[in-house]
Design a protein around this ligand. Structure first.
Ligand SMILES: NC(=O)c1ccc[n+]([C@@H]2O[C@H](COP(=O)([O-])OP(=O)(O)OC[C@H]3O[C@@H](n4cnc5c(N)ncnc54)[C@H](O)[C@@H]3O)[C@@H](O)[C@H]2O)c1
Ligand SMILES: N[C@@H](CCO)C(=O)O
Length: 811
């Protein structure tokens, strides 16, 4: 024999009832089946509303009752039940109408009246379903649960299991293929109707499964099992295939509403397997809850969460000395029937904090004020403190016990995402790690933990991109090309949430702009506004956020610290921040460290070449960088190479600009400023405190060429100074040398200038737009460590930025 319970959504209309019949038919004849039904979907809520209105002497209750009745009569027609059934329903509604009238007149809702009204939904649905089955040729009987399930009163309603099980013996020995029972209702010691609590039909089913000694209980609902997390918050949540009774208990207590918590008590005691199935997708496996949860398990089985929790703290210097403080604290809450959902006390014993439901707050404050009135008046105990708008999250899994690193992972990923944990608790069996976080963070919290523990999911990384010009455009093209690869091979989903250039911006609430960012930006009416961009990024409060700066803007570099303070990581291609004054550079790095987010700028020097990471690695492993010699301007090197081939200097500059090797303002390259910035960054990363005014700096071109305000002015001035450059050509030929614009750092002296190099110098032959960075170190003393390759160009630069994004994403 097995028990199947169908919830309200499964019997909400004729179409869903047909599905229920098909499910039951499958086992018909091969096995006795006990079917438990809830009221038609939404009916219990409506009955509750009805009695509530009557109790407030509001005649509207009559209309609500009429609507409920009409719904049932309509259903009788749709299910093609006999006309007498309709009469029975009419009689039932006449009875409830009388009860409600009494409530209306007395303005008082007695428990008896409430139970009678609310329990009607299940009585009606069970009779309808039973006749519907019989009409389809299935041998069906309909029982009244009140004749079997007995409750006893204590503080609440408790099952009288002994008497219930005895009563059920009659059912066990009866002849039937299908027995239909109404869920939710039972009877008390005097035969009066009692209720098993909202969601109690699950409980009815498990009581029957235990009393009838069934091997399996199936809970049919409108979802395909218990999910790894609330799917309304976590789109990647999936049904948990198997779990243990213990895990189901822990999860169902904290928000996983798929199963009513008391349901598990009879099945655990009798070791009956429970399967949760979807009436609307019966082919899906659902969730099996059993004693042995099976293999193939992730350590964390699921996450659950509850909102509307307040953190309630009683503290004071006198707390330690007060005997029985904790006992008085909890007894006073218990006497006010306040359910405590989380308890913490730090070892200092200076305070006790508990999580309680928002609606219980006022009562809890009152109860504790009363209890500790004297101590509060003597300043031994402070007034109860309440912090609102919190949520509780539970990370549950039987295998979490004695597995080091689970809480480490949970809290580290939350820290990285800027989530502050207000209180935490872990049971002695270690299978439930529970903590409180601000409700505004709940979606982020569930998602980052889910991404951390469930293999089948991928990590979503949200990108906010400033600067979509030459390099930025290329980066977005690369991300688009690699999107599938990263998703499938690395479990990373890169989502572009916002883009801005110097004119316009587009900020997407829920969409990914990757495929269509160009059009979206083109069509956007929103003027670029960096402050607003940063504000929206902060407000979005999404997880795993990276701000990518691919501008050359000082204004953008100035907002880094505030971005890092809101726990958004930064990838910068823009060199201004890292080469600004030393204190600012340090302060940005400190903000990143403090908030546990990354600030990466590999593409600042050598575009896609691994320059900064190499220096970092040498320094971290104990090497010492004693000298730097570098050609780090791709455009200047390219210009000199073209010049050496016989082109005029101005022509070579024009080519570098056209090919996108120069900065947005080419004077930054030709003045040597770009190289100076790079030298500052290299030496700082190598551990030296170097400021801009400490660098000896000679511009590459005459100062007079740098006075114009536009690129055209520059080209004109270069043309006018053609003789100056042609003189170089002459000298180079006469001396058999080449000119290279070199950055060097040694013994605290930094220099950026045009230098002569002879054919035996390593910088004599440097191809195209290549960079060469030569690092003399304590370990690389005979021969310097040399990094060489293309140092400018949209592709290589975009690849350097992309590399940083992936490194951060995978951390
Ligand atoms: N081109 C290269 O080879 C290369 C190599 C390494 C590093 N870089 C660096 O890449 C960055 C961009 O270079 P590019 O060649 O793509 O330049 P670009 O002129 O093509 O693009 C710059 C983008 O930044 C935007 N922008 C400027 N100020 C802005 C602001 N205040 N707010 C928002 N957007 C703003 C512009 O509208 C444009 O979209 C520079 O920092 C440059 O140093 C370039
Ligand atoms: N304009 C820069 C781009 C790389 O930073 C260069 O020419 O090297």
């Amino acid at each position: 024999m097995k028990v199947l319970k169908f919830g309200g959504s499964s019997v909400a209309n004729a179409e869903s009832c047909n599905r229920v019949r098909e499910i039951v038919k499958k086992n018909h004849k091969s096995r006795k089946q006990v079917v438990v039904v809830s009221a038609l979907g939404g009916v219990t809520d409506e009955l509750e509303r009805c009695i509530g209105l009557a109790g407030q002497r509001n005649k509207e209750y009559e209309n609500v009752l009429m609507a409920i009745k009409a719904r049932h009569l309509n259903m009788i027609q749709e299910l093609e039940l006999a006309a007498e059934h309709g009469e029975k329903v009419n009689r039932k509604f006449d009875e409830i109408s009388e009860v409600l009238q009494g409530v209306y007149l007395l303005e008082d809702i007695s428990e008896k009246a409430r139970n009678t009204v609310l329990g009607t939904g299940e009585l009606l649905s069970s009779e309808m379903i039973s006749e519907f089955f019989s009409n389809s040729g299935m041998n069906t009987v309909c029982y009244d649960s009140r004749d079997f399930i007995k409750t006893q009163n204590g503080k609440g309603v408790y099952l009288n299991a002994k008497q219930t099980n005895q009563n059920l013996q009659k059912v066990k020995s009866s002849e039937f293929d299908i027995a239909v029972f109404p869920g939710f209702i039972a009877s008390g010691q005097k035969g009066e109707m009692t209720l098993l609590g909202r969601g109690g039909s699950d409980y009815t089913a498990s009581i029957l499964a235990a009393g009838l000694e069934c091997s399996q209980l199936e809970i049919w609902t409108d979802v395909s099992g218990m999910y790894t997390a609330d799917p309304r918050f976590v789109s990647q949540a999936s049904p948990i295939k198997r779990m243990s009774f213990q895990e189901a208990m822990e999860l169902s207590h904290f928000g996983a509403k798929v199963i009513y918590p008391p349901t598990l008590i009879p099945v655990v005691q009798n070791q009956i397997d429970v399967r949760i199935k979807n009436t609307f997708a019966p082919e899906e496996e659902g969730t099996l809850i059993s004693k042995t949860p099976g293999e193939e398990r992730s350590v964390v089985r699921g996450l659950s969460s509850v909102n509307n929790i307040n953190l309630f703290t009683l503290s004071g210097n006198g707390v330690i000395g007060i005997s029985g403080f904790a006992s008085r604290f909890f007894t006073s809450l218990a006497q006010s029937k306040i359910n405590v959902v989380l308890i913490t006390q730090a070892s200092s014993e200076h305070s006790i904090s508990v999580g309680i439901h928002r609606d219980d707050t006022e009562q809890a404050v009152e109860a504790l004020r009363d209890e500790f009135e004297m101590e509060i008046s003597m300043n031994l105990v402070n007034e109860p403190a309440v912090e609102e708008n919190l949520s509780i999250v539970a990370v549950v899994g039987e295998d979490m016990g004695f597995t080091p690193g689970i809480s480490g992972k949970v809290f580290s990923v939350l820290g990285k995402n800027g989530v502050n944990i207000r209180a935490m608790a872990q049971g002695g069996n270690e299978m439930n790690l529970t903590f409180m976080v601000p409700t505004r963070d709940i979606k982020k919290v569930l998602n980052v933990i889910h991404e951390e523990f469930f293999d089948s999911t991928y990590k979503k990384v949200n990108l906010y991109i400033a600067g979509v010009g030459n390099v930025g455009g290329k980066l977005l093209e690369f991300i688009k090309n690699q999107y599938e690869h990263l998703l499938e091979e690395k479990g990373l989903q890169l989502i572009v949430r916002a883009v801005t250039n110097s004119r316009k911006m587009y900020f997407a609430e829920d969409e990914d702009l990757l495929q269509d960012w160009e059009n979206k930006l083109k069509q956007s009416d929103t003027k670029a506004d960096l402050k607003e961009f940063v504000r929206l990024m902060d407000q979005s409060n999404l997880r795993n956020r990276i701000f990518v700066d691919i501008t050359a803007s000082e204004q953008v570099s100035e907002v880094y610290e505030s971005i890092l303070n809101s726990t958004v990581a930064i990838v910068a291609c823009n060199k201004i921040a890292a080469s600004s004054n030393y204190d600012n550079y340090k302060s940005i790095k400190a903000a990143a460290k403090k908030h546990n987010v990354e600030f990466m700028f590999e593409s600042n020097v050598g575009a896609g070449l691994p320059v900064i990471s190499t220096i970092n690695s040498l320094v971290n492993t104990g090497d010492e960088i004693v000298g730097i010699d570098a050609v780090v301007s791709g455009s200047l090197n390219f210009i000199m190479n073209e010049f050496n081939k016989g082109r005029s200097f101005v022509e070579a500059v024009r080519m570098a600009m056209e090919q996108g090797f120069t900065e947005p303002d080419p004077k930054i390259d030709l003045s040597g400023m770009d190289v100076l910035r790079k030298l500052l960054i290299l030496s700082r990363e190598a551990g030296y405190h170097l400021e801009e005014d400490e660098v000896e700096h000679q511009p590459m071109i005459p100062e007079s060429c740098l006075q114009g305000s536009s690129a055209e002015d520059l080209l004109k001035d270069l043309e006018a100074n053609n003789d100056h450059f042609e003189a170089w050509r002459k000298v180079m030929k006469e001396k058999n040398i080449r000119y290279r614009y070199i950055a060097s750092f040694k013994d605290g002296r930094a220099n950026v200038s045009l230098k002569e190099v002879s054919p035996d110098h390593p910088f004599y032959d440097i191809h195209g737009k290549d960079n060469v960075i030569s690092l003399s170190t304590k370990w690389y003393d005979d021969q310097p460590l040399i990094i060489k390759g293309a140092g400018a160009g949209a592709e290589v630069t975009a690849s350097g930025i992309f590399g940083d994004i992936i490194r951060i994403s995978r951390n």
